[in-house]
Design a protein around this ligand. Structure first.
Ligand code: PRX
Length: 646
């Protein structure tokens, strides 16, 4: 493991909010007296009624309940917009960069206010009120942000579904959230290609029902099917309403959003985040981790369909009165220099992206980067998966010209915001390490029995106490919340990640230790892909595991047993890949499918995934004990077939 250290430069420690001593003192204070610490931090947002009860959290045993600032009253949209109008009305809030480089626009805080109010009024006129669930299935256009903030303004709970998900996946999420209102666009546009969003919404609604209203934003202007009485074009509806809409007073623990994410078993679960604690966490982490100062131009390349887009395109930056860039396109269109061109075009100072993007751009060499200036860049960030030291070094040396620190930020949909990351003016960086915990975060490394390991060690990563941005429950299924996160190591939040802690106390996330895989920074449950495969009429059984992939981090490896009488073929392989894309979405396409006459099972019929993982990783010498298998010969078959593929 590489342990090169990049020290904090003197300019950085001077300009940053905290230097190393400052970080350590503040961290100790946050752990010693969380109530005092968070009472003070709560002041970063505006409260209609100040909270007096700061922390009321219990990780069990007994009832698991998490409440922060519970008697406070506030509103997220008020904090992200209205609060800034007096001092920043004319400042740019959102820079939008279209898929086509000739299209971009700037939206000031005052314009944002008017747009969000109109969107909120359109929703309100159609019956949306506090507590209702609104599904947002949108491309990366400003109206996606307006829709989210309009929900926050009205106290409605948004559930954003990534535009790359299939009608089936969308239907499942609409159904689980019991959402009667959907916001979408006629079509999306990515890399010059159109995405049939409205058509997908129609297909989803045909499957679930219960949707009374579909609001359709015109993006491409292509004609789409409009159901009278149910569907309305946003531009037409917006003309009928004013640009003023009162904000709903929200209790700190009222829900803000649901975001579906994959787990190791079953259907994706609705991660529920609430109002006060989430916003304090989003704003504080955005300020410190990105060292955001007034006037900075900040760009996070995520999609609003993922938590990174929620917290670090929208809520964190806007609550800090920042200028945040929203990008509709992809890194390779119209050229492989697009990211760097956008940085030059808008003078981006802070750039936050995923390792998979860096690795794929690395393949094209330095020239497409070096031909751009990037002089405006000051800080680089990474998120979503472990960043390998080679990619880190390239990002630092080529993209940042050796001058910009890198914040490798570890967190999860469940955590609401960043939990482990260097602060750029305080913490020396080691390529590949997320380094040290943010204020108020108590990470621990435990062994499989739950014993807390001290010092330099390796094991499973848990968090020993609550932080304000933490998810509160699984929507509609609190028992699943408790089971998933608090039963493996009672009294602690289990992250599902493995990690190593070195002698300097730095954390190195080693990846998931459960049946969740991370493909190009997209999180997927192997069980979801398996159930999509077995839904195919020719498939009798399927087992899916991750394997190391140079660009994607992990690839999807599917072992498939066919129904009796069916023959493996190249055509069938393609058919199955297309099937999974249709069932879940393109991000779930299997990279490799191996037809297997049998899968390794224990005598009680349980598939031994450990063995399948090893075979997928090409580690045949290390298959472990296979003697408990019902039929040990299937392993030889699998290995022979796998080797033939190489
Ligand atoms: O395995 C960790 C990995 O991504 C998982 C969370 O995925 P998701 O909920 O989709 O959120 C992604 C955006 C925050 C984690 O359990 N992960 C995320 N960031 C890092 C990471 N692994 C290593 N290093 C990171 N910086």
């Amino acid at each position: 493991m590489q342990e090169k250290i990049y020290d904090v430069s003197p300019e950085w420690s001077r300009r940053a909010y905290v230097d190393e001593a400052g970080y350590r003192a503040k961290y100790v204070a946050s752990i010693k007296d969380p109530t005092a610490f968070w009472a003070e931090e709560a002041e970063r947002i505006h409260w209609f009624r100040e909270p007096t009860r700061i922390k009321n959290t219990n990780f069990g045993p007994g009832e698991v309940s998490i409440r922060w600032f519970e008697d406070g009253v506030t509103n997220v949209a008020y904090n992200c917009i209205d609060r800034h109008l007096e001092t920043r009305g004319d400042q740019v809030a959102i820079i939008w960069e279209g898929d086509d480089p000739s299209e971009s626009k700037k939206i000031t805080y005052r314009e944002l206010h008017d747009e969000v109010c109109r969107m909120a009024n359109v929703m309100r006129n159609r019956g949306v009120t506090k507590g209702d669930r609104v599904t947002i299935y949108m491309p990366m256009i400003p109206e996606a942000a307006y829709a989210m903030l309009a929900c926050a303004r009205l106290g409605a709970i948004h559930s954003v579904v990534f535009g790359g998900f299939s009608p089936d996946s969308l239907a499942g999420r609409i159904e689980d959230a019991k959402s009667a209102f959907v916001v979408t666009a006629d079509e999306g546009l990515r890399g010059g290609r159109k995405v049939p969003l409205k058509e997908n919404v129609d297909a989803a609604i045909a499957r679930v029902g219960g949707v009374d209203h579909v609001l359709v934003v015109r993006r491409t202007g292509s004609p789409v099917n409009m159901v009278p009485g149910r569907d309305v074009y946003y531009d037409e509806a917006a003309e009928m309403v004013t640009a003023d809409c009162p904000v709903e007073e929200m209790n700190a623990e009222d829900p803000l959003f649901i975001l579906y994410t994959s787990g190791s078993t079953g259907k994706p679960k609705g991660v529920l985040h609430t109002t006060g604690g989430y916003l304090v966490w989003a704003g504080m982490t955005h300020q410190y981790v990105f060292d955001y100062h007034d006037g900075d131009i900040y760009w996070c390349t995520a999609d609003v369909g993922w938590v990174t887009g929620h917290t670090y395109i929208l809520y964190g930056p806007l609550s800090n009165g920042a200028t945040t860039l929203m990008f509709e396109g992809v890194p390779t269109f119209p050229s492989i220099s697009r990211f760097w061109e956008v940085i030059d075009k808008h003078n981006v100072n802070i750039f936050y992206t995923a390792p998979t993007a860096i690795r794929s751009l690395m393949q094209a060499g330095e020239e497409p980067v070096k031909k751009t200036s990037r002089k405006s860049l000051r800080l680089l960030g990474s998120v979503g998966e472990p960043i390998n030291p080679e990619a880190w070094e390239w990002y630092h040396r080529v993209v940042g010209d050796g001058r910009c620190p890198i914040v490798d930020t570890w967190w999860q949909t469940e955590t609401g915001g960043i939990l482990i990351s260097p602060l750029p003016g305080a913490i020396p960086q080691k390529p590949g390490s997320a380094t040290l915990p943010f204020f108020g975060v108590k990470p621990e490394v435990v062994d499989s029995e739950g014993k807390v390991l001290e010092g330099a060690t390796e094991g499973n990563l848990v968090i020993a106490d609550s932080w304000p941005g933490q998810m509160r429950t699984v929507y509609g299924d609190h028992e699943r919340f408790v089971q998933t996160y608090f039963s493996t190591y009672p009294g602690k939040y289990f992250t599902g990640d493995g990690c190593r802690r070195d002698a300097d106390g730095y954390y190195w996330i080693t990846g998931r230790v459960d049946d969740v895989i991370n493909v190009s920074g997209h999180r997927m449950g192997t069980a979801e892909v398996e159930s999509a495969l077995v839904a195919h009429p020719k498939v009798s059984e399927a087992a899916v595991v991750g394997y190391p992939h140079d660009i994607k981090g992990q690839g999807i490896y599917a072992y498939v047993t066919l129904m009796a009488g069916e023959q493996p073929s190249e055509d069938l392989r393609k058919e199955l890949v297309a099937w999974v894309r249709k069932e879940i979405g393109p991000i779930a396409s299997p990279d490799l499918i191996q037809f297997a006459p049998g899968l390794p099972k224990t005598r009680s019929g349980k598939i031994m995934r450990r063995i399948l993982r090893k075979i997928a990783e090409d580690e045949y010498g290390n298959l472990g004990d296979t003697s408990t298998l019902a039929d040990p010969t299937v392993v030889d078959d699998l290995v022979t077939n796998r080797q033939n593929k190489r």
